[in-house]
Design a protein around this ligand. Structure first.
Ligand code: FDA
Length: 311
């Protein structure tokens, strides 16, 4: 990555947290248009339609109701009800899908007890339907609290119903990967998408990638069903090579990618017989999620700029 890319990345991640900007930006047509590439819609039914067409292409899904704007206990309870409605709808439609959820959505930033209680209600519902809740990972300030809650839910509901996410940009992640694998907790491994300082995260992309490969091997060697979440072909090739060396059968783990990114790669892996799950975000509060996607590839921004100039 060039210095300009680094700078745009930090700037975009900074902007992703400015809620006052959100209201203006989300009204701009070119901005909304580009967003629709990454967001499956604003409503549950739009997301269901998107997942139906993924299913037709042999892909599995994980629904994610976007809402990083929750501020009150009432709003967190609305999120729980939304997820319960979503789980019921998944059952009804019969698509191969589970759900992803953020603990800040459950109130983690203002009341950890409430966050646990809310997350428990969602996982209990998922478990009763034999489904699965992936607890997304957010900023490093909440990593420990998030893993604590996943551990508690895992103890209560078991391996098939709840799992964690680890980010290879964090220095602590290799140790977390070893510990969670020993406890047989399912992990989604990704690189990490938030703005983090050099004390907690590797500043150089090559170190993030090297750590991804190290952690991927820990996951694949653990005998637990994990998700390898990346669009980076070098990471995917390293994963396939390691799985081959270890003689792992197809289906011992799954690949995961984001809605709207590298469809070609998603389909190629499916054709080669690997399970692939697409993360399908939807909802009204798509601004911060979308800004993180722009930050991953600042070139995406030129598309918005060009169209804004055109008027
Ligand atoms: P990298 O950024 O190196 O990109 C590799 C290639 O992928 C690029 O060259 C490009 O071709 C393509 N690509 C990647 N991002 C793109 C974009 N935005 N637009 C267009 N092309 C793009 N993070 C987190 O902190 N917590 C979480 O819980 C999750 N959850 C999650 C689930 C799933 C299923 C995925 C795939 C990713 C996440 N992430 C996440 C995001 C993750 O941390 C990371 O930011 C992105 O996946 C981008 O990193 P890559 O591994 O794709 O590599």
């Amino acid at each position: 990555t060039t210095a300009t890319d680094q700078l745009s990345r930090s700037a975009l991640l900074f902007l992703s947290r400015q809620s006052n900007l959100k209201d203006v930006a989300t009204r701009l047509k070119p901005f909304r248009e580009l967003a629709s590439r990454f967001i499956a819609g604003e409503t549950l039914e739009e997301a269901v339609d998107a997942v139906k067409s993924l299913t037709e292409r042999g892909l599995m899904a994980s629904f994610d109701h976007l809402n990083e704007a929750v501020r009150t206990p009432q709003e967190t309870r609305d999120e729980v009800r939304h997820y319960q409605r979503l789980l019921a709808r998944i059952d009804q439609v019969g698509v191969k899908a589970n759900v992803s959820m953020k603990l800040t959505q459950c109130g983690l930033l203002f009341d950890k007890g409430l966050a646990l209680q809310n997350a428990r209600a969602v996982v209990a519902d998922a478990a009763s339907r034999d489904s699965f809740v992936r607890v997304d990972m957010e900023e490093s300030a909440v990593t420990q609290a998030t893993l604590d809650i996943v551990r508690e839910l895992h103890a209560e509901f078991g391996e098939p119903h709840v799992g964690a996410v680890l980010q290879s940009y964090l220095r602590r992640t290799e140790a977390d990967a070893k510990a969670l694998c020993a406890e047989r907790i399912r992990i989604r491994l990704c690189k990490g998408a938030y703005l983090e300082g050099p004390q907690v995260a590797f500043p150089d992309k090559k170190d993030v990638d090297a750590n991804f490969v190290r952690c991927m091997r820990i996951l694949l060697d653990s005998g637990v069903y994990h998700g390898i979440a990346t669009h980076d072909e070098r990471m995917i090739d390293a994963t396939l090579a390691h799985a081959d060396r270890q003689g792992l059968p197809r289906g011992a783990f799954e690949f995961q990618m984001l809605y709207g990114i590298r469809r070609d790669l998603q389909e190629r892996l499916v054709k080669e017989g690997h399970p692939v799950r697409v993360y399908v975000p939807y909802g009204k509060h798509w601004y911060p999620y979308f800004m993180r996607r722009l930050a991953e590839r600042p070139a995406n921004l030129w598309f918005v700029m060009r169209n804004l100039m055109k008027g």
